[in-house]
Design a protein around this ligand. Structure first.
Ligand SMILES: Cc1ncc(COP(=O)(O)O)c(C=O)c1O
Length: 445
């Protein structure tokens, strides 16, 4: 066994994480019984507790029928409230500021109904050029909904030429210079492609100082990095629960609205019967009485069987705690980075994620087909290499999976993402990534 593999086992014995609480898919063959799962940034693994908890909720329906709304062990009418406390703690919010509902892009639209209010010169929406496409489509469609031309309305932030990641100071400077035309700043807390963690408090402060509303898509940040949305004065945020929150494919999403906006009668909201206060909901009056909490943004009665996995997962985060997870995440991703540095040194691969651990979560993104050499002060690859890897990112992840049992995720044409997730990934998983890459991608010299 190579020394680095022995070292991985030693680290796992010393710093075991919570893998035993999860189901890890079996490997299709090869040396190890389980896959090395590095795709938790795309879809997290199932907690072992989820199935039983879900079956218990199903069983209440079998036994009680409609009476389950009030008489189930976890009554369905106030079921969503079970998720509020743990979700609020995870994102650094007050319980009145947090609710679990719908899916991510739907929530972004509902929030933009309230918070994207173009008027006069102030019409523009700032996003990253590498925003997840759903966000780009969402903001463009919002511009059109307001009768605006999306090409003029949506301002896309690009890294400097030859760089891969945004500089906070450039974003702040742009907001200072052009902020009076900006109605909304809507950015990803952790960029889905590069893994860059933006400076959420600094950019929020700059956007608000410029008179804009600042919202965050936290799909890749929640459960990955510590968040303090209330204290950072974020206006609103939304996130999904199927990545680091391990709540299953298409799982219900979360929403944050800052306290200062709660109960505001001047903010438009789309409403349904779950937007009205719970105490009088069943009086069935024709007009609503929205509560002065984020629950006023709810519309429909929540899908209980979809809430169960989110509840189970949030309880797990609550018991382990984000500070401990972040500590382990820094150790695990640092170890993967040091192993990857050895591999990329003489192969057509380059790490595009920021090197500063404070500017990233657990994900490391590699670009393939480019040299790791870069100008001093720049993280960007300088030149394309001849030879070496001949395929694209999809081809590489296929080979990693089928030949080595390593599950990573490709963003065509040239980015491969690896996320050692602090809840369940191991040092040995990281070792397997580096070992598999070294075996798959030929050296260039
Ligand atoms: C950053 C980001 N935003 C938005 C979405 C879209 O999410 P949904 O399909 O849940 O609306 C995703 C999906 O992966 C994402 O990564």
């Amino acid at each position: 066994m190579p020394d680095t593999e022995k070292e991985a086992h030693r680290r796992d014995a010393e710093d075991p994480g919570h893998r035993h609480l999860f189901h890890v898919p079996p490997a299709e063959g090869g040396r190890y019984p389980e896959v090395a799962y590095l795709a938790g940034n795309s879809l997290g693994l199932p907690p072992r507790a989820t199935r039983d908890e879900l079956l218990a909720d199903l069983d209440a329906w079998r036994r009680l029928g409609v009476e389950g709304h009030l008489e189930a062990e976890r009554p369905w009418l106030p079921y969503h409230e079970l998720l509020t406390g743990p979700a609020a703690r995870l994102v650094g919010a007050l319980p009145t500021e947090t609710v679990v509902m719908n899916s991510l892009t739907v929530n972004l639209h509902l929030l933009m109904v309230s918070f994207y209010r173009p008027a006069g010169r102030r019409t523009r929406i700032v996003i990253e050029d590498s925003a997840f496409p759903s966000d780009s489509y969402a903001v463009r469609s919002q511009a059109r909904f307001h009768g605006l031309d999306p090409d003029d309305t949506v301002l896309r932030l690009r890294p400097r030429a030859g760089e891969d990641i945004l500089r906070t100071s450039d974003v702040v400077d742009l907001l200072a210079a052009e902020g009076d035309t900006v109605a909304l700043v809507l950015l990803g807390g952790v960029n889905y492609l590069t893994g860059e963690l933006l400076d959420i408090p600094a950019i929020t402060a700059a956007g608000r100082a410029a008179g804009a509303v600042v919202g965050w898509d936290l799909a890749h940040a929640v459960g990955n990095v510590p968040l303090a949305l209330h204290d950072w004065d974020v206006d609103f945020a939304a996130w999904c629960s199927y990545k680091y929150l391990n709540s299953g494919p298409g799982a219900l999403a979360g929403v944050f609205v800052h306290e200062r906006h709660l109960g505001r009668a001047d903010l438009p909201r789309f409403e349904g019967w779950w937007s009205t206060e719970a105490a009088t909901r069943f009086e069935m009056t024709p007009t609503s009485r929205p509560p002065a909490t984020v629950e006023a943004w709810q519309i429909s009665n929540p899908p209980i069987f979809a809430m169960g996995p989110v509840r189970t997962s949030l309880e797990l985060f609550d018991s382990v705690g984000m500070p401990a997870l972040r500590e382990r995440s820094l150790r695990l991703t640092g170890w993967l980075e040091s192993l990857l540095d050895e591999v990329v040194a003489d192969r057509p691969l380059a790490v595009v994620t920021p090197r500063d651990p404070a500017r990233r979560g657990c994900q490391l993104s590699l670009r393939i087909g480019v040299s790791a050499r870069s100008e001093p002060g720049s993280r960007a690859p300088q030149s394309r290499t001849e030879g070496g890897w001949a395929g694209d990112a999809g081809e590489l992840t296929k080979r990693l999976r089928h030949e080595h049992g390593v599950i990573a995720d490709a963003r065509e044409p040239d980015i491969v993402r690896f996320a050692p997730v602090p809840l369940y990934s191991t040092y040995h998983d990281c070792w397997r990534v580096a070992d598999a890459l070294a075996a798959t991608v030929e050296k260039t010299r």
